[in-house]
Design a protein around this ligand. Structure first.
Ligand SMILES: Cc1cc2nc3c(=O)[nH]c(=O)nc-3n(C[C@H](O)[C@H](O)[C@H](O)COP(=O)(O)OP(=O)(O)OC[C@H]3O[C@@H](n4cnc5c(N)ncnc54)[C@H](O)[C@@H]3O)c2cc1C
Length: 416
């Protein structure tokens, strides 16, 4: 192909973050002609979450993708716990006894999760990934997106295409998986509720010491006078330590020497003072919830329609859980040329999945606001609530089920 080419396809996926790459993976055996467009030629930001809930692991298993993640170095986390900085247990969450096929979290670096999804997606016979190529010029009508014209960036583009070439993609169904600043959301005029939290999260990375060995690979959140700080296992023998800090303190964190950095981490939890950590990044946090997910032939997924506070490690997990609901509702390949069926099926998905996600976002916002407040009295209230859960076996089970990514009565868990 050369010059300005037209490329008809069944499904256009804009963005290849976790949501877009997971969708391409899930659809690889469905018989669609798929085109995916990703503007960045760099790996995803590795700090943005690497733990997949038990329910999501079950989904990846159903998609036949799980072996690729183990091959890429994924590991299992069997439990989480909340402690005081005085080493007093607040709440213990153990997934091992849940009656589900994969009673553990699976974790792998965020960038490697997306790479693995894309590697599996590439098994599809009719799949094209343009990367780098920015989706900007959309032709939009009442029926949704009619066309997208892209200019291919420098880099290894698919066979038969070359950098600098213009391509006009003519899709039957479009998925906007282009993140919090979604261009698809903008050009289609989706409206949303938004909230900017006041304080950023700082993510630190470090190497695990022999003394840190834990067969359950627990994530531990420590609660002390300065609030909470979480030590999260990462693949390849690493730790990630995340903490909400005052916006005004970013400069101090940036300028800290290694010794000062250790002291600052230790001031939150003395248990972490001995770790050799370095700052991985500072993250302003924002909630975004679009009022609709669907317009005509176009659907938004992932942060493009529901970005949330990372306090509970849910954003990418919720995105994949939504895809698990979307994929079975997509029209068959033989019906995808019928706009009325495409629109009907996408609306059915929105009606089915959105109310549950709105509820998750509301609960997540309450938790995120508590975490954002940095008020010791609010942290004390959280500790009280977590202790009540610890002391009530039924509440503890329900907490564990929700944290594992399931909803509904326990006997239906594996079908949730
Ligand atoms: C510090 C931090 C920690 C987190 N921790 C967790 C966690 O523990 N667990 C969890 O589940 N979630 C976590 N999250 C949330 C999670 O990172 C996001 O919810 C998830 O990555 C969203 O994925 P996405 O694919 O929707 O969006 P993105 O990851 O933003 O991907 C969008 C993609 O689209 C591309 N793109 C954008 N615009 C265009 C365009 N115009 N044309 C072409 N391509 C485009 C981008 O380059 C990008 O690759 C965390 C987030 C942060 C900030």
């Amino acid at each position: 192909m050369s010059g300005q080419d037209q490329l008809p396809c069944d499904i256009l996926i804009v963005g290849a973050g976790i949501a877009g790459s997971a969708l391409a993976c899930a659809l690889r055996h469905h018989g669609y002609k798929i085109v995916q467009v990703e503007m960045s030629d760099r790996p995803l930001d590795t700090a943005r979450g690497d733990h997949l809930q038990c329910a999501v692991v079950e989904t990846l298993d159903r998609w036949g993708a799980l072996p690729a993640f183990w091959a890429a170095g994924a590991e299992k986390r069997h439990a989480a716990c909340y402690m005081t900085t005085g080493d007093d247990l607040i709440l213990d969450v153990d997934y091992r006894n849940l009656p589900v096929p994969h009673p553990y979290y699976m974790y792998l670096h965020h960038d490697l999760l997306a790479e693995t999804f894309l590697k599996v997606a590439a098994e599809a016979p009719d799949y094209i990934l343009f990367k780098p190529a920015r989706a900007r010029e959309f032709d939009v009508g009442p029926e949704g997106v009619r066309a997208l014209t892209i200019k291919l960036g420098d880099g290894p583009q698919p066979v038969d295409f070359k950098p600098g070439q213009s391509v006009t993609i003519l899709p039957r169904l479009v998925v906007g998986a282009d993140g919090r600043s979604s261009r698809v959301r903008e050009v289609l005029g989706f409206t949303s509720d938004q909230h900017e939290y006041e304080n950023p999260i700082v993510v630190n990375f470090g190497t695990r010491r022999p003394a840190d060995t834990d067969p359950l690979n627990r994530m531990i959140s420590f609660f002390g006078p300065k609030g909470s700080i979480s030590r999260i296992p990462r693949a390849f023998n690493q730790w990630k330590v995340g903490v909400t800090i005052r916006k005004a303190d970013i400069a101090q964190w940036k300028a800290a020497t290694p010794a000062q950095h250790k002291e600052m981490i230790g001031s939150y939890a003395p248990q972490l003072a001995g770790l050799d950590l370095h700052v991985g990044g500072f993250y302003p946090v924002k909630l975004l919830n679009t009022h609709k997910w669907v317009k005509g032939n176009t659907v938004l997924v992932g942060d493009a329609c529901h970005a949330m506070h990372p306090a509970r490690g849910q954003g990418m997990n919720v995105a994949i859980r939504c895809l698990n609901k979307l994929v079975p509702l997509l029209p068959d390949a033989k019906d995808i040329a019928k706009p009325e069926i495409v629109a009907r099926q996408l609306c059915a998905y929105e009606n089915y999945a959105k109310p549950g996600i709105d509820a998750i976002l509301a609960a997540n916002h309450a938790l995120g606001s508590d975490r954002d407040s940095l008020d010791p009295a609010v942290a004390a209230k959280t500790v009280k609530t977590l202790r009540e859960i610890q002391n009530d076996p039924e509440k503890r089970l329900q907490y564990c089920i929700a944290a594992a990514g399931y909803t509904g009565p326990i006997e239906n868990l594996s079908r949730a």
